[in-house]
Design a binder for this molecule. Structure first.
Ligand code: UDX
Ligand code: UDX
Length: 468
């Protein structure tokens, strides 16, 4: 017997829970979907009349929200009642890296996942399928199972549960596309009936041969492994970008040459300022922790190097800027183009821009930051208040300022540093920019996206990642 799913609850209305449930609602008109979150502010934004105020920016999301919200897609803070009613519950809360205690700095903090499981144990009323959406260490399903099973003894009329792992592979900025046309859907579990129930939901729009079923542990590990492989490709190409600069090779040519090998493929080999985002660093740290836990020191060290190269790449960029600007950037004005960790998102979590900006400010530079989607509030969270006005900081400390367009940001600067590959940076009017910059002016293009010829012909010095 497989269970027919009429009501879904998703705990966690974040970058994963929000878009995933929006697409599910659009594809499954007969299922009522309630996305709950313990952050009332976030829910308020999900419910705002002006769709420009949604808490996350994701191309294509607004139109789905306009179509489904209030019909079969609802956002609220009423966790209890929505758990009670649900046939299926997705856990989509965040799992940050632990800050203190055992495994600090590496292991995932499962406090929120455990809290969600306890709420489900307490309020569940019937047979409920619990689906892990958050990326989790292997065998977390065991923890969830134990919490849910203990509820059978503690709470009268308690529910029964099946647990599935169904990791999300969406990439921010392309989330709606990825959800509409996934490469694969992975479902790990023990109960055939529960697996079939979830599979039936996806069959509304995904072809059967794209749905892979595995045991729980393989599913949990596959998510970590996929992110580790992707991050490893970025670190590999970034390490070669440095070698290209040193040797006179051109990374764009090397990229083309290796990317046309069908065994390697041309995706995920673009050099840049280092990978960011909420997942890669956290998941690799988690992998390293797991390997050490199982006594696999060499494996742990291998994956740890992927992170080391990522940190080094950011430091390397700051040092290059420093050297090119005559070994001092104190009191120099530098424009930062792009602050989000990649284009088409307002997400700045682990963005390389945060570290690079901190390093430049610490060297005394005055930054003017422009990003088409990142707000001044977010910059304040990531960089702290404008340090210039902080009396406790020494005189060598620089400052940052928020600007609303790239041309204003570039005015009076010695250098522009391009950190995010926003489309608009491909079409900048270098003539107009160059007249308002100080001379000698520099552009540091860490994403290789500017119109090189035009910038060069307007007298700007250019450094491009992997070309020097
Ligand atoms: C998170 C994890 O980072 C990722 O590893 C996982 O795969 C999916 O969940 P994301 O959706 O990007 O990704 O996180 P975030 O945007 O922070 O959303 C999590 C939401 O859960 C937040 O809105 C938070 O308020 C909510 N939450 C957290 C709860 O509702 N209850 C809790 O107990 C904890
Ligand atoms: C990633 C995974 O792609 C996704 O499957 C998983 O569910 C969550 O983590 P995300 O972090 O949203 O998605 O974005 P992604 O497109 O993977 O980019 C991650 C980082 O790598 C970004 O900072 C991006 O700029 C960088 N990157 C990516 C490169 O520097 N070069 C590349 O060629 C690709």
């Amino acid at each position: 017997m497989n269970f027919s799913i009429k009501k879904i609850c998703c705990i966690g209305a974040g970058y994963v829970g929000g878009p995933t449930m929006a697409v599910l609602a659009e594809k499954c008109e007969n299922i009522q979907i309630n996305v709950v979150d313990n952050n009332p502010e976030r829910i308020k934004f999900w419910n705002s009349d002006d769709l420009k105020n949604l808490p996350i920016y994701e191309p294509g999301l607004e139109s789905i929200i306009a179509k489904c919200r209030g019909k079969n897609l609802h956002f609220s803070t009423d966790v209890e009642n929505n758990i009670k009613d649900a046939d299926m519950i997705f856990i989509s809360v965040n799992t940050p890296t632990k800050k203190g205690g055992i495994g600090a700095g590496q292991a995932s903090d499962l406090t929120f996942v455990e809290a969600a499981a306890r709420l489900i144990a307490k309020h569940g009323q019937k047979h409920t399928i619990v689906v892990e959406k958050s990326t989790l260490p292997i065998r977390t399903a065991d923890t969830i199972k134990q919490i849910l099973t203990s509820a059978n003894q503690k709470y009268p009329n308690s529910a029964t549960f099946d647990i599935l792992s169904n990791p999300e592979f969406l990439a921010e900025g392309n989330a709606i596309n990825d959800l509409n046309n996934p490469d694969r859907i992975l479902i790990g579990g023990e109960s055939e009936d529960a697996i079939t129930s979830l599979k039936n939901i996806y069959l509304n729009w995904v072809h059967e041969n794209k749905i892979i079923t595995t045991n729980l542990w393989s599913s949990e590990l596959s998510k970590l492994a996929a992110n580790a492989f992707l991050a490893q490709r970025v670190s590999s190409i970034n390490s070669l970008s440095a070698l290209c600069e040193a040797s006179g090779a051109d990374i764009s040519e090397v990229k083309k040459a290796i990317g046309t090998d069908s065994r390697i493929g041309n995706k995920f080999i673009s050099p840049g300022p280092g990978f960011g985002g909420s997942c890669f660093k956290k998941d690799i740290l988690n992998l390293v922790y797991l390997c050490n836990f199982y006594g696999l020191r060499e494996v742990a060290e291998y994956w740890g190097k992927v992170l080391e190269i990522n940190t080094w790449q950011k430091q390397r960029i700051t040092e290059i800027i420093f050297q090119k600007l005559f070994g001092t950037i104190t009191c120099k004005n530098i424009a930062i183009f792009g602050f989000s960790f990649k284009s088409n998102t307002n997400d700045t979590r682990e963005s390389p821009a945060i570290e690079i900006c901190h390093q430049l400010i610490n060297e005394g530079a005055n930054l003017k930051i422009y990003d088409p989607r990142v707000s001044i509030k977010q910059l304040e969270k990531d960089l702290g208040l404008n340090t210039k006005h902080d009396k406790e900081l020494g005189p060598s400390n620089g400052s940052w300022k928020f600007t609303t367009d790239s041309y204003k940001a570039a005015e009076g600067t010695d250098a522009i540093v391009i950190l995010t590959e926003w489309e608009e940076f491909k079409h900048l009017d270098w003539k107009s920019i160059s007249t308002n910059m100080r001379s000698p002016s520099w552009v540091f293009d860490t994403r290789s996206i500017i119109n090189f010829k035009e910038a060069k012909s307007n007298g700007i010095n250019i450094w491009i990642m992997g070309r020097g």
